[in-house]
Design a protein around this ligand. Structure first.
Ligand code: FES
Ligand SMILES: [Fe+2]
Length: 394
């Protein structure tokens, strides 16, 4: 974000803090509870959002060297992302062309991939390079000469994959149209030099969208987080800006008012706010002053009340001392304490409430514009007529 845009945003936040106001939607909006509970709706989300939308896989720096690979099954299909000898990052369905076993396991660095079942081998560009006892497979290699490649985009120091092979066979795409103007802002953080530090995979017993909703408003900060975040962030004060289906929410830190005594040229957005980027459909990138938390959220087990969050912590440079490591470990523990200790128990209670028959709709207030935007965006992406309403319902 340009220096002037940062100052403008900080001024908006100072105004909100001084006047006890916040970014507002035009009206409250009511969302049908079945959005979180109907198996048919989940099936449609999986078919459309988790197969045909780009999904953020991580920071490009996680695949720095040729041969570095990561496998990832969260989207419901096994995905292998690997940097080739030529420096190009590629994504494949991690599915052996013999009988379908995963050819790569976990993550690491490889010269080639050897399927554990019958040892068919593949090079880093996905090409079949070896078939044991190939005389038993006459004419087979030309028909299945490589792993199925998926469209991948490496841009703004981030990596996205569309988890369905393109009908026209293309293996790259441009993320910018999907980001609707947010691309340069993401690029401005210069994540290329950042390092992955640590991650947790957190299974949850609630709809995957309730996990995402956790990050979509600051109304709850003064209440649910009264013992953790209330002294750090202002509650119920956020700036909101939509970028197509995506959005940015900005939470002012309590220390924001100090800026008024400092020259504008020295104002820094990152140090005075928590920036929450919702990268539709399932990713939340939080810029937390000196580090970034990346939450990728997925449905799982084909159930409306099961989700998994892949939470990564990224730092401006790889730590070299125990002191630095202790600092980042504490940050990881803090986010776990707040999110899994405070937010998610509430999400689980909501999941129970959704199926109770207490009400047909939930209501999102004018002070929850990102909730409204996220769920309206999802309806649009799924091609659904609006099932929400600004009118009062049960
Ligand atoms: S399934 Fe991979 S070699 Fe047989
Ligand atoms: Fe929260």
């Amino acid at each position: 974000m340009s220096g002037q845009s940062q100052v403008d945003l900080l001024k908006r936040l100072l105004h909100y803090v001084e006047t006890r106001t916040t970014a507002m939607a035009d009206a409250p909006w009511r969302n049908d509870v079945s959005v979180y509970t109907r198996p048919e709706r989940l099936a449609e989300e999986q078919r459309v959002l988790f197969r045909h939308h780009p999904l953020l896989m991580g920071f490009a720096s996680e695949w720095a060297a040729p041969g570095t690979f990561r496998t990832d099954d969260f989207a419901g299909v096994p995905i292998l992302v690997v940097r080739g000898r030529d420096g190009k990052l590629r994504a494949f369905l991690n599915v052996c062309r013999h009988r379908g076993a995963k050819v790569a396991q976990g993550s690491g660095n490889a010269r080639l991939f050897s399927c554990p079942y019958h040892a068919w081998t593949y090079d880093l560009s996905g090409k079949v390079t070896g078939i044991p006892d190939e005389r038993c497979f006459p004419e087979v290699r030309p028909e299945r000469s490589s792993l199925a490649e998926l469209p991948l985009c490496e841009k703004h120091s981030l990596v996205w994959v569309i988890p369905t092979a393109a009908a026209d066979g293309s293996t790259d795409f441009d993320i910018d149209p999907w980001l609707s103007g947010l691309g340069p802002e993401l690029a401005s953080f210069e994540f290329g030099s950042w390092a992955f530090y640590d991650k947790r995979v957190i299974p949850e017993t609630m709809n995957w969208k309730l996990v995402v909703d956790t990050f979509n408003e600051g109304y709850h900060i003064g209440f649910l987080h009264r013992d953790s975040l209330r002294d750090v962030l202002h509650g119920n004060i956020t700036d909101f800006e939509a970028f197509g289906l995506n959005h940015r929410l900005t939470f002012p830190r309590k220390k924001l008012q100090r800026l008024k005594e400092e020259p504008e040229e020295s104002w820094e957005l990152m140090w005075n706010t928590t920036l929450v980027y919702s990268l539709f459909p399932n990713t939340v990138l939080l810029v937390q002053g000196d580090h970034v938390e990346l939450a990728r959220v997925f449905p799982c087990e084909g159930r409306t009340d099961r989700a998994v969050m892949d939470l990564g912590l990224y730092v401006p440079k790889a730590p070299e001392t125990d002191e630095e490591r202790t600092h980042w470990d504490k940050n990881m523990q803090l986010v776990l304490d707040v999110v899994t200790g405070e937010d998610f128990p509430t999400g689980r209670s909501i999941q129970l409430g959704l199926t109770s028959g207490a009400q047909t709709h939930l209501v999102y207030g004018r002070n929850e514009p990102a909730m409204i935007h996220y769920h309206q965006s999802m309806q649009a992406a799924l091609g659904l007529a609006s099932v929400g309403s600004q009118q009062a319902a049960e």
